[in-house]
Design a protein around this ligand. Structure first.
Ligand SMILES: O=P(O)(O)OC[C@H]1O[C@H](OP(=O)(O)OP(=O)(O)O)[C@H](O)[C@@H]1O
Ligand SMILES: O=c1cc[nH]c(=O)[nH]1
Length: 458
């Protein structure tokens, strides 16, 4: 097999790739995400790189959550009698040594909030033993092992992917200490296995998975700065994730580097007016597209030019938009670009502070009660404006479950206010921020959206 170019990489002095991978949610209205989904963290890296130290640290620091640690080693295939006779020829560091199908189905069950059995693998007999470990519920699942980032199915389930990097001499020395000195294994045998299987498999299969990591920890177990950053990052992500768990109708669009980059640009106080409007527009378009995915649909088959059948879907509802003046008007173009000829109503809410918001003006389609409504407002802060706007829509006869609130940046306070009052609406946002400041601005936020977008700030 061809050697991967990453095989020659040396340990980086930096943590790289920190990216925000919010909960990946299904966008089918037929398949709402389970409110019980745990947060999955994968910790990969070579033998003796310090993976266990990193996992223990995460476990200790997140003691206020139910953390379950799962080792990929538990999913080793049992060796047959024939294989056992040639156990010294068996490569335990090859992806095929693991029952990845079982690992994947176990993770999928945990994701659905179902109980699972974790196999119990005996390293002396190289077989699975009867007594499996049962897991009924977890807030956080940490999956640790040399190849946990190797399989794309497993990777897709992980909310955070960590690669623990360590110098190969240090890893070999630790492995010798562990196996030869602590467990009394024959030194020549440990070295032989290392040079024939462990090192080549590391280069061919383990190291190339580093590119999938959100976070790379250099000097595995000893890197306190990296460990603190990881825990901070997990806490932040859990904050977002917890809200999605509490409210199954809150959807954060799947985050990529592009999306994170656009957020970085619009949140920068030094952003030019053009950049602010341009990148806000791009993000808004993504939110609108995601939001449309929550509309009901029915199945439809068409014949393609090749004469084959394509099984697809067709949207089956009447729509309209409603923008909250003035910031919500910034989202109208994206909605029009996606929904040809869509009617867009307007609501003006005036006032500041925690309870001073008043409805000043409204102009809505007459038949709004029979439409699905895409409510447009890029900022959800205290939630007072959104509550007023949604209350008006309900008064006009729109069923709560027909409202999809499209938003760019939401504060947890606003999410709580809206979702507690209107549990049936759907809220789609691109990022959930940390909090509000004393003047009810979202933190870290992006300042006064309307003033920045429409260039009325001095
Ligand atoms: O959740 P809340 O605390 O109610 O705050 C959110 C509201 O604040 C912003 O409008 P703003 O009042 O700044 O007016 P503008 O859109 O005209 O700039 C935003 O567009 C929301 O409508
Ligand atoms: O942070 C905030 C809060 C309300 N409105 C905004 O535009 N930004």
């Amino acid at each position: 097999m061809e050697k991967n170019k990453f095989a020659k990489e040396t340990t980086s002095p930096l943590i790289v790739n920190i990216k925000d991978e919010n909960t990946s949610q299904s966008n089918s209205s037929k398949d709402p995400p389970s409110p019980k989904q745990p947060f999955f963290i994968g910790v990969a890296g070579g033998t003796a790189s310090g993976k266990t130290t990193v996992c223990n640290m995460i476990n200790t620091q997140l003691h206020d959550h139910r953390v379950v640690l799962i080792s990929q080693d538990s999913f080793y295939h049992s060796l047959s009698e024939k294989m056992l006779q040639k156990v010294n020829e068996y490569n335990f560091d090859h992806p095929d040594a693991f029952d990845t199908k079982l690992l994947l189905s176990t993770m999928e069950k945990l994701k659905r909030g179902q109980p699972v059995d974790i196999p119990n693998y005996d390293f002396t007999t190289h077989k699975r033993i009867e007594s499996a470990r049962q897991i009924h519920h977890a807030d956080i699942v940490i999956l640790e092992g040399i190849l946990v980032l190797h399989d794309s199915g497993v990777r897709n389930i992980l909310n955070m992917k960590i690669f623990v990097d360590e110098d190969s001499d240090v890893r070999l020395a630790r492995r010798m200490q562990r196996l030869a000195i602590e467990r009394g294994r024959n030194i020549a045998n440990v070295l032989d296995q290392y040079s024939r299987f462990v090192k080549p498999s590391f280069e061919e299969f383990v190291l190339p998975t580093k590119k999938y990591a959100d976070i790379i920890i250099p000097s595995g177990g000893d890197n306190d700065v990296a460990k603190d950053l990881i825990v901070q990052n997990i806490r932040m992500k859990l904050g977002q994730h917890d809200l999605c768990k509490i409210y199954s109708n809150v959807f954060v669009i799947f985050s990529t580097f592009q999306i994170k980059g656009m957020h970085t640009l619009i949140r920068d106080v030094k952003a030019t007016k053009h950049d602010f409007a341009f990148y806000s527009d791009r993000l808004i378009r993504l939110v609108v597209e995601h939001g449309l995915g929550h509309l009901p649909f029915s199945e439809k088959q068409v014949i393609t030019p090749t004469g084959s059948v394509y099984s697809g879907v067709i949207f089956c509802s009447r729509l309209c938009g409603v923008s909250v003046i003035r910031s919500g008007e910034s989202m109208e173009n994206a909605l029009r670009a996606c929904c040809k000829g869509i009617k867009i109503g307007k609501i003006l809410i005036h006032g500041h502070g925690t309870n001073g918001r008043q409805l000043v003006y409204e102009k809505l389609p007459k038949d709004i009660a029979s439409r699905h409504v895409l409510l447009l407002d890029p900022v959800l802060a205290t939630g007072n404006s959104a509550v007023k706007a949604i209350s008006l829509l309900l008064k006009k006869g729109v069923p709560e479950s027909n409202i999809i609130f499209l938003n760019l940046v939401a504060a947890p306070q606003g999410i709580n206010a809206v979702c507690e009052r209107f549990p049936m609406i759907k809220l789609v946002t691109s990022e959930i921020d940390v909090s509000l400041n004393e003047s009810s601005h979202v933190i870290p936020g992006l300042g006064e959206f309307g003033d920045r977008y429409f260039a009325t700030d001095d």
